[in-house]
Design a protein around this ligand. Structure first.
Ligand SMILES: C[S@@+](CC[C@H](N)C(=O)[O-])C[C@H]1O[C@@H](n2cnc3c(N)ncnc32)[C@H](O)[C@@H]1O
Length: 274
C-alpha cells in the first residue's frame, strides 16, 4: 500500500457508514454505483474496442486466441473482444462490476469468463494467454513496486511472443489538462433511480499525482443517496512505462499514436511483445 497524503478517502454522507479508504479501488463508481459505470463513461478514453481487436489481428492473433482483460470493469472490452471471436478471460476485483458485466454480456458468454480477483495477488490463467489487454487500469497503481508487480504478472501470463496492449495517462498532457483543475459532470438514470455525478481532477506537478474528488447525489430505490470519494491516481511517462515493461521481460515495447486507435490525446498507448 503506497503512502499517500492525508485528505484522501470516501465519505458516505447518507445513509451509510463513513469510509476513509485511500485507494481508487473503493470509489463508488466501482462498487456502490457500479450499475452507472457505462452510463457515466460511455466512451472510454483509450483505444476503441474495434481498434484493439484490429491491432491483435494485425499482430498475428487469430479467432479463438486467448486474451486476458486485466481490470475489465463493466466488461465492455471483454465482451467486444469475445464478439470479435477471441476467447476472453476477464479479471476484475470489484464484485459489483463483475456482476454488472455478467448481466450485460450473456450473448457472448460462451467465449467469455469473468474472474473476480485482484490480479496482482498471484492469480494466473489456466492456459497461457496470447495477449493481455490492460486498458485504463494502471493509473490506479501508484507505487513503483506495485507497477513492477503488475507488469511481472502480465509477462507471466503470456506465452513467448504474446502481446500486451495497454493505455495509461501521459504525464505531460495530463499536466496541461489538469493542473488548473477540471470538472466533468453527468446525470444518469435507471428506471426511477437518478444519480448526478461530478468529478473534479487536479494534478500536482511535483508528484505526478492526480487528486480526484467524485461527488454523487440522487435517489436510488426511493431513498436519497449522497457520497463523496477522494482518491489519487498517478500518471506515467513513456520512459517509466518502457523501463518497467522491459524489466518484466518484454522484448519490444512500441508506442502507438493515440489518434490512430481512437484514444484521447492525454493517453500513452503501448503494444509490447514478450
Ligand atoms: C478505469 S476502470 C477500466 C475498466 C475497463 N478496462 C475499461 O476500459 O472499460 C479500471 C478497472 O480496473 C480494476 N482494477 C484495478 N486494479 C485491479 C487489480 N489489481 N485487479 C483487478 N482489477 C483491478 C478496477 O476495479 C476497475 O474496474
Amino acid at each position: 500500500m503506497p503512502s499517500i497524503d492525508l485528505g484522501v478517502g470516501s465519505t458516505d454522507v447518507q445513509p451509510q457508514e463513513t469510509d476513509h479508504d485511500t485507494e481508487p479501488s473503493r470509489r463508488a463508481l466501482y462498487h456502490r454505483f457500479a450499475w452507472a459505470y457505462e452510463l457515466i463513461i460511455p466512451h472510454p478514453a483509450g483505444p476503441t474496442v474495434d481498434a484493439v481487436a484490429g491491432l491483435f489481428f494485425e499482430h498475428g492473433l487469430r479467432p479463438r486466441a486467448h486474451i486476458v482483460d486485466a481490470g475489465s470493469g463493466a466488461g465492455t472490452y471483454a465482451a467486444g473482444l469475445a464478439s470479435h471471436g477471441f476467447v476472453v478471460t476477464a479479471v476484475e476485483r470489484s464484485p459489483e462490476l463483475v456482476a454488472q458485466a455478467r448481466s450485460t454480456t450473456a450473448d457472448v458468454s460462451a467465449q467469455l469468463q469473468f474472474i473476480c480477483t485482484d490480479f496482482t495477488h498471484g492469480w494466473r490463467p489456466t492456459t497461457p494467454a496470447d495477449a493481455v489487454l490492460c486498458r485504463g487500469v494502471l493509473n490506479d497503481v501508484i507505487a513503483d513496486a506495485e507497477r513492477e508487480a503488475a507488469f511481472e504478472a502480465f509477462a507471466s501470463w503470456l506465452r513467448a511472443g504474446g502481446l500486451l496492449l495497454l493505455d495509461v495517462r501521459d504525464r505531460e498532457s495530463s499536466l496541461r489538462r489538469y493542473t488548473g483543475g477540471r470538472t466533468f459532470e453527468r446525470t444518469v438514470s435507471r428506471g426511477d433511480d437518478v444519480l448526478s455525478f461530478s468529478s473534479t481532477t487536479k494534478m500536482d506537478r511535483d508528484t505526478d499525482h492526480l487528486r480526484v474528488v467524485e461527488r454523487w447525489a440522487g435517489r436510488v430505490g426511493g431513498r436519497a443517496v449522497e457520497q463523496v470519494d477522494q482518491f489519487l491516481m498517478r500518471s506515467w511517462t513513456w520512459n517509466s512505462l518502457e523501463a518497467v515493461a522491459r524489466k518484466a521481460g518484454f522484448q519490444t515495447v512500441n508506442s502507438l499514436d493515440p489518434a490512430a486507435v481512437g484514444a484521447r490525446d492525454d493517453r500513452l498507448v503501448a503494444l509490447a511483445r514478450r
